[in-house]
Design a protein around this ligand. Sequence first.
Ligand code: UD1
Ligand code: MG
Length: 451
Amino acid sequence: MTSVAHPRAAIILAAGQGTRMKSPLPKVLHPVGGRAMLDHAIDAAEALGCERIVVVVGAHSPEVRDHVVKRLGEDAIAVQDPPLGTGHAVRAAEAVLGDFVGQVVITYGDVPLLRAADIEPVFAAHEGVTVIGFVTGEPGAYGRLVTEGDTLVAITEAKEASPEILAINACNSGVMAAPVGLLFDLLAEVKNDNAKGEFYLTDVVELARRRGAPTRVVMAGEDAVMGVNSQNELAIAETVFQDDAARAFMEAGVTLIAPRTVQFAWDTRIEGGAMIEPYVVFGPGAKIASGARIRSFSHIEGATVASGAEVGPYARLRPGADLGEGAKVGNFVEVKNVRMGKGAKANHLAYLGDGEVGAKANIGAGTIFCNYDGFFKHHTTVGEGAFVGSNSSLVAPVTIGAGAMVGSGSVITRDVAAGDLALARGEQQSKGGWAARFMEKMRAKKALKAK
Ligand code: UD1
Ligand code: MG
């Protein structure tokens, strides 16, 4: 959090129904970059140093309420019921925020790309009303900003606007800041005698001017203020998010061979000097060090990959996978909650769950850590420099000692001491000439039938 001389609060509007999403999941809980849009809005408010954050929720979506309570607590909830417009929504926060003294900013749960840095200029003035505007080639239904020099004269909703005002391409993002006392005083005067019969937040601009309070506009980019109302707009926001993330990583020195094919999460961390091949998906919580290489078609979530390590192609790292320097996890290997030491290898077709693989140990193709007994999860330890032969099952809890070997195809249920060889499979038998005699007999049988 930035420390600020003037106390700040945020009111995040999230009471809309989001019917155009046509989804059982409330609109603001849809993810961008793997994080709910509402959480992006809360993140921005926190990054701005807002000491109070109030989310205005509708009575229709307990899921949104629960989500907010979990993250910010009950004190962060204001309910708007029924929804009678943006001005009405902000007023719903008055009871919760009434004791706060300072500046308040109004933001939106369905505007996921707006970052603290985009909002910061709205706080530059400590008096009057400041609005974030943007210029667009398609002003459509947005409120138009009527300005005189730096002064914002009015915001006119499209439905109320004359043709001259509709021709203005400077639009209202909806984001607004004002001293909290002034804001609620002005809102008390807002009426709903307009085309939509709603209480418009935007009316506070003219009301402020009537009182002689300054009204200003600061501009932001069109992408940053974009709101999401449909699945298509959600996908557009995701694209912008991904493009921004890819650009930032490349600027930091990450090699992305085909950036558009890589999916990042909001908290993906990749150091400069790492290489990410095409078609890699990062779920939340991925940390990739400089010098690591993530090969194509890998899926990485909640995992850490150290320098010089190589993952994939076609690998899956799940939460708790922690790959040490120079470790290798190859095709069709799934790793969950396993720490792999320096230079440890699982190059093909394996499941490593809940355990530890020591430095330089080698896990053969087809090895399974049998970590689940149907009720509980158990731990598997493979010591440094151990060699686990292909197609082995290590039934946890079990320890393979340092430098031990497990013969291919073994089912290991007891610990193997350091340096031992464990074999746990049917012993091989050979019957001299049996196959040749058998085949001869069968061929003769078949020839007889064909006649
Ligand atoms: C609003 C602005 C408009 C601006 C546009 C930017 C007003 C009157 N108009 O218009 O100038 O260009 O946003 O997108 O403010 N909401 C509630 N409760 C309500 C109504 C709305 O919480 O009763 C929330 C919605 O969930 C949504 C946001 O406020 O997130 C904006 O509401 P919406 O009805 O979409 O306003 P617009 O008509 O688009
Ligand atoms: Mg809207």
